[in-house]
Design a protein around this ligand. Structure first.
Ligand code: SF4
Ligand code: SF4
Length: 181
């Protein structure tokens, strides 16, 4: 069944690898913006953007988390860009079991980039605001897309909880919460 065509704002953050110097200010900005309460702490482990680094080869790749995946891939591809070699994982934003990126340190739940949401609305995402080297640039454009119900964020969190604790435990927890009202 086809959905209605709607105009949608598409937000993109462009990365210039040549400009990134590995300062990690983007990680601090993102984690502070998403802290509870806002700006109460800055912990890169809670950031939804991480800088994958290879200091020996002077390689810094800021990647934003995209989605949760239950299984890792083989990750064996190597990309050669202007004389430097990068592993496949350097460009991957998946929250996957083979590495520790993009997992909330206390709960293990996935941390997925929400483009900084609207609470409060920002002219620029925090990671872009923090990047003094202009390695990150923000772009916004309108596209016509077929509208579908989007439950992605809820599903991501639920899948992760089920993987971690088992379906029955999650069901029992929801039943308990429902009883409490
Ligand atoms: S703030 Fe900019 S220069 Fe610094 S690590 Fe992040 S993307 Fe790179
Ligand atoms: S856009 Fe916002 S949520 Fe996404 S990585 Fe940048 S600071 Fe974090």
């Amino acid at each position: 069944m086809k959905g209605e065509l709607k105009k949608k704002k598409v937000k993109t953050i462009r990365v210039d690898l040549d400009k990134c110097n590995g300062c990690r200010a983007c990680e601090l900005g993102c984690s502070a913006f998403h802290a509870e309460p806002k700006y109460s702490s800055a912990n890169p482990a809670r950031s939804r953007i991480r800088v994958v680094m290879d200091l020996l080869n002077d390689e810094y790749v800021p990647i934003r988390s995209t989605d949760y995946t239950k299984a890792g891939c083989d990750g064996r591809r190597v990309y050669s860009i202007r004389g430097k070699e990068y592993s496949q994982c350097s460009f991957c934003g998946s929250v996957c079991p083979t590495r520790d990126l993009f997992k909330e340190p206390d709960s293990g739940l996935p941390l997925v980039c929400d483009s900084c949401g609207d609470d409060p609305p920002q002219n620029l995402p925090l990671c872009v605001q923090m990047c003094a080297a202009d390695a990150l640039t923000y772009e916004e454009r309108e596209e016509e897309v077929e509208e579908e119900p989007r439950m992605e964020e809820i599903e991501t969190g639920l899948k992760s909880m089920v993987d971690r604790h088992g379906l029955q435990k999650v069901i029992d927890t929801f039943a308990r919460m429902a009883k409490k009202g």
